[in-house]
Design a protein around this ligand. Sequence first.
Ligand SMILES: O=C(O)c1cc(=O)[nH]c(=O)n1[C@@H]1O[C@H](COP(=O)(O)O)[C@@H](O)[C@H]1O
Length: 271
Amino acid sequence: MSYRDRLEAAIAARGRLCVGIDPSASLLEAWGLNDDVDGLRSFSRRVVDELGGEAAVFKPQVSFFERFGSAGFAVLEETIAALRSAGALVLADAKRGDIGSTMAGYAEAWFGEGSPLEVDALTVSPYLGFESLRPALDMARERGKGLYVLGLTSNPEGASVQHVGGDASVAKSIIDAAAAESLTGGHVGLVIGATTAAAAAELGIDLSAVKGSFLTPGLGAQGATVADIKRSFGQDYSKVLAPSSRDILKHGDRPGGMLERYKEVSAELAE
Ligand SMILES: O=C(O)c1cc(=O)[nH]c(=O)n1[C@@H]1O[C@H](COP(=O)(O)O)[C@@H](O)[C@H]1O
């Protein structure tokens, strides 16, 4: 079964809000946890216990685990396993991107059968050229995994690279390549920021040509609203997987707080 089919089934069952797991030092502190591996483990367990059976997809931000080295990666492995046993899909936000032979290594790490870090999907950077992602694209297609390729990122600095070229922009070339790839299987999606999606039309980019899902970071903490997403994606809204990290996690300082916020945002996305 392709990633696209698995994702569609998961969204139909649990909704399109993806919970980001970003255990930054400031969130650990806000939750009254130490900024160490035990704090990281408690934080991750609380997210899994409160939301693991609710959300379709979780997106651990790998950087916040990586900062504790191998001990942090061990917590990431435990978290991935716990989320998958709770019936959720896991999308590792590691934004990998390198020459083809190295991409094969990343694909083995994140998609290899039985790899300790095996997940359902991964974010990747196409700025070594879309085709440099080929080994990961092929492995994802073969193994029912998903790749989210950075298209129009949510941050304001992204435009200084992605908008270059006007009608023939860098972003357009990446998104067109992803659209062509999406005709070959359900393994490819795009990162299109909730804060920046409106730029697609200005750059003459046809998002409807993409037969995969759109990961739309930017809700809440970065200022975008559910209404912004609905407006920007229009008829392609059914392809949206909307992640939110801080806007949900900041409510983890009290029992039940994250679940309450999750349900509010999820309901708004479902309207
Ligand atoms: O790939 C991502 O998820 C991503 C892409 C992007 O363009 N912008 C973006 O913010 N992200 C990630 O999405 C998360 C956003 O967190 P919040 O702003 O707290 O919801 C972070 O983990 C970012 O690394």
